[in-house]
Design a protein around this ligand. Structure first.
Ligand code: ASP
Length: 326
């Protein structure tokens, strides 16, 4: 056994012209979350508790696209989704269409632990949240000024905003100071583009867990469900590894990306990084996404085919890294 390891992400697809202070803010948040996970692992918290703890922290901070700061639906509301999986016994829980639950990842955990089901959505998920007594807030709590501006731009551009697909022309015009429908307050909208969050952990016992949380895509249709709450697509953990994905949900769903990493390890005997590289290359031919993964041997790996991915990882032997680009 190789000891514990942890990786976090704050979304795939980053504008190459993202101002340095924005990059710094994101990196600081990732570092803080990583450190939170590291101290929990040093105190022997099981992997499943660590992924929940770290994702809660990411949901509470408005920087990324989960909990407060979530992307908005076409009607300007927030519909959040999250999933969590414990690789040890392959237990899982997921929620979608959550509108008032402060930390959707903890509701997903309760679905796993306290309900006879794996996945609850919309009014049923909200009712379950109330039965369980989790903290609820008004939907307005999740809505930030930046996201209201982005929704307006997405509507003007008549697009569902895939921030990882922001056209290069939007970026150029920004540096040149020329008006573009994809520029807000003189900055490319990707500066504000919110990104899904995730955490994967293998603990000192070699048990893997994964968690993912998101507001989904900006200007999404009401009721749209992405990959993040879907076990096997956005999130997966088993005996061998834990995986959390981010990017174009529809492409991740088609590629059953998270499960594919585990499957090629199981059936092709690939190592963790090889499995990640294989899946990014072979299963994302028509999409843009990224993922983080840990193995039961204490390895971490990541991969993406977008311009960047906010991410960080650490292992028990003292390695720690936070990065955005290749
Ligand atoms: N995968 C998420 C979704 O499609 C978005 C993201 O990862 O940024 O809902």
């Amino acid at each position: 056994m190789g000891g514990w390891a942890i990786a976090v992400h704050g979304g795939a697809g980053v504008d190459p012209n993202l101002p340095l202070e924005r990059q710094e803010e994101a990196k600081q948040l990732l570092t803080r979350c990583l450190n939170l996970g590291i101290s929990a692992l040093r105190s022997n918290l099981p992997a499943i508790d660590v992924v929940e703890l770290v994702v809660r922290e990411l949901e509470t901070d408005p920087i990324f696209n989960s909990g407060r700061g979530s992307a908005l639906t076409e009607q300007g509301t927030v519909e959040m989704e999250a999933s969590i999986m414990d690789g040890q016994k392959r237990r899982c829980g997921a929620v979608s269409g959550v509108t008032t639950v402060k930390n959707p990842i903890s509701l997903a955990r309760l679905v796993m632990d306290k309900s006879p089901h794996s996945y609850l959505a919309f009014s049923g998920a909200e009712e379950f949240a109330r039965q369980q007594g989790v903290e609820v807030v008004d939907n307005k709590y999740f809505i930030t000024k930046e996201n209201v501006g982005m929704l307006k731009l997405a509507k003007e551009a008549k697009t569902i905003l895939f921030d990882y697909r922001i056209p290069a022309v939007g970026l150029d015009t920004c540096s040149a100071g020329v008006d573009s429908p994809l520029v807000m307050n003189g900055l490319p909208i990707s500066v504000y583009a919110p990104e899904t969050v995730g955490c994967v952990v293998v603990d000192g016992q070699g048990h893997c867990a994964a968690a993912t949380s998101t507001g989904g895509l900006m200007n999404k249709m009401m009721g749209r469900i992405g990959d993040s709450p879907l076990i096997g697509a956005g999130t997966y953990a088993g005996d061998l590894c834990g995986v959390s994905c981010t990017g174009e949900g529809e492409a991740i769903i088609r590629g059953t990306l998270a499960r594919e990493v585990a499957a090629v390890m199981e059936y092709k005997g690939l190592g963790l990084q090889e499995a990640v590289d294989f899946v990014i290359k072979e299963r994302l031919d028509e999409g843009y996404a990224g993922l983080i993964a840990v193995s039961r041997n204490g390895e971490v790996a990541y991969g993406f085919n977008t311009t960047g991915m906010f991410r960080g990882c650490a292992t028990e032997d003292g390695f720690m890294e936070v990065g955005i680009w290749e």
